[in-house]
Design a protein around this ligand. Sequence first.
Ligand SMILES: NC(=O)C1=CN([C@@H]2O[C@H](COP(=O)(O)OP(=O)(O)OC[C@H]3O[C@@H](n4cnc5c(N)ncnc54)[C@H](OP(=O)(O)O)[C@@H]3O)[C@@H](O)[C@H]2O)C=CC1
Ligand SMILES: CC(C)CCC[C@@H](C)[C@H]1CC[C@H]2C3=C(CC[C@]12C)[C@@]1(C)CCC(=O)[C@@H](C)[C@@H]1CC3
Length: 341
Amino acid sequence: MERVVIVTGANSGIGLALCERLLTEDVQLRLCLACRNMQRAEAARAALLTSHADAHVDLLHLDVGSMKSVLDAAQEVKTRYRKVDFLYLNAGIMPNPQVNIGAFFKGLLSRNAIRMFSTAEGLLTQQDRLNADGLQEVFATNLFGHFLLIRELEPLLCQSSHTSRVVWTSSSNASHSAFSMEDIQHRNGTEPYSSSKYASDMLSVALNRQKNSQGLFSSVICPGLVMTNLTYGIVPSFFWTLIMPIMYLIRVFTNTFTISPYNGAEALFWLFLQKPESLDPRAKYHSLTSALGRNYVQPQQMDVDNETPEVLFAKLLELENFVKKKLKSEHLDGDAHQRKN
Ligand SMILES: NC(=O)C1=CN([C@@H]2O[C@H](COP(=O)(O)OP(=O)(O)OC[C@H]3O[C@@H](n4cnc5c(N)ncnc54)[C@H](OP(=O)(O)O)[C@@H]3O)[C@@H](O)[C@H]2O)C=CC1
Ligand SMILES: CC(C)CCC[C@@H](C)[C@H]1CC[C@H]2C3=C(CC[C@]12C)[C@@]1(C)CCC(=O)[C@@H](C)[C@@H]1CC3
């Protein structure tokens, strides 16, 4: 039976590069691009079909930051497919990023310079906002929408006869210190991106604990620093082009400067080729590129303890209940309003 692979945020950057690599590996796949902008999704589909004319590429409308859209998209997936083999949770945002220039130059002269280039620890802040569901936008997009999608697709992902995989595009910017269990949406801080990625690392650990016995396996990757729309939001693309020789120089000291989306997708693609039982549920798999341009994958233990992932999981379940109830009552109010008019 053909394998079904869904990729969120597949219309650009690392997600699109992954799709290209998956089709090069297996053109028989049923590949579903789950995107919020259907025009961009169409363009991505056309680009993939140019190089893989026989491929089966479906489009799915999914705004992972809108809970109504997630529920509708999950319903649509359930009518289209009988199982999902791979669900790549790749869509992500970093709105209004600010680089702390002072910290950058201070870090440059310190012993932690290499670490600073690979994690951006202490360098980046963002300005978040509330979305239409009343959730913090970064949390909703990078974490909660994907959580809800997994929950809705459980009948297709948790089948005893067959194994399914979810893969999170996390980041080495994920940091324990940015996350608080008392403020899982990061309403009060200035590092919502780092917090949401740390939460995805924990959620993956919790999912493995709870769902491996039902045939669902979760993994986490970091693509390294990649030139995409996300990084062009931090520093304009012409500036990145200008400093490209410096970037290649830095790659001599840290192989985390993968730079191209193709290289960044290495760990996502590598995981596609692995047996889930051979993977470490507590590892983050890093895409790396050597100074000579060789791509490889290296696992690194995540900074996650045994208990906290379960606490987060329980909090997400609570929030799921709350959000679903709210959507239902809004729906009923809408119906009543229509009947009145
Ligand atoms: N670039 C980098 O250096 C790194 C990136 N990452 C992660 O990699 C992932 C991919 O990002 P990258 O390729 O770099 O950046 P891009 O901006 O190119 O890709 C992000 C994708 O996510 C989509 N997306 C954003 N918000 C939503 C939403 N609400 N619903 C559906 N899709 C959405 C975008 O769609 P649209 O075109 O409509 O905006 C786009 O297709 C992200 O999770 C990011 O955090 C992690 C580490 C480093
Ligand atoms: C290289 C130049 C001379 C100076 C660039 C300075 C900063 C803009 C970059 C240094 C480390 C970078 C970095 C990221 C963004 C740009 C930097 C802060 C990320 C946070 C991008 C998104 C991720 O998820 C991380 C893996 C990146 C870590 C490194």
